[in-house]
Ligand binder design. Structure first.
Ligand SMILES: [Zn+2]
Length: 128
């Protein structure tokens, strides 16, 4: 599943909900009081329902995003003191992302992490 990042569009969804919950109902309620035409009352109700649906959608989206963040954080914490072998024969430090770690290095020269999956055989040990 694609990683949800509501920082790019969360404010737009919230703005749509505010328009449906406050602005449109206020205007149509005012028009209903002025003209006494029933379709303005109907517009108010439909707009309020749409606003609630948009808010529920945003809530579900945020719940999914928080769950994904939690899983990514757990994965990061579980692998932070390890190194990952790359196709070019080097390794990537999973703590800082330094991808210039050589097979014989026991620790990262950038962040100082001691690799827990380092081994004497040049890093060919099976990844845990
Ligand atoms: Zn590092």
């Amino acid at each position: 599943m694609k990683k949800i990042n509501s920082i790019n569009y969360g404010h737009k969804i919230l703005r749509s909900a505010i328009i449906c919950l406050i602005i449109v109902p206020s205007i149509s309620h005012f028009l209903w009081k002025m003209t006494n035409q029933i379709q303005f009352q109907l517009t108010t109700k439909i707009s309020l329902i749409m606003g609630v649906i948009i808010l529920l959608f945003l809530f579900v989206l945020l719940k999914i995003e928080l769950y994904q963040d939690k899983k990514m954080d757990e994965y990061y914490r579980a692998n932070s003191h390890s190194r990952l072998s790359l196709k070019n024969g080097l390794f990537e430090c999973q703590t800082c992302g330094n991808n210039q770690v050589k097979p014989g290095q026991k620790n990262c020269i950038v962040c100082g992490t001691n690799f827990k999956n380092w081994s004497e055989d040049g890093g060919n040990k099976k990844q845990q």
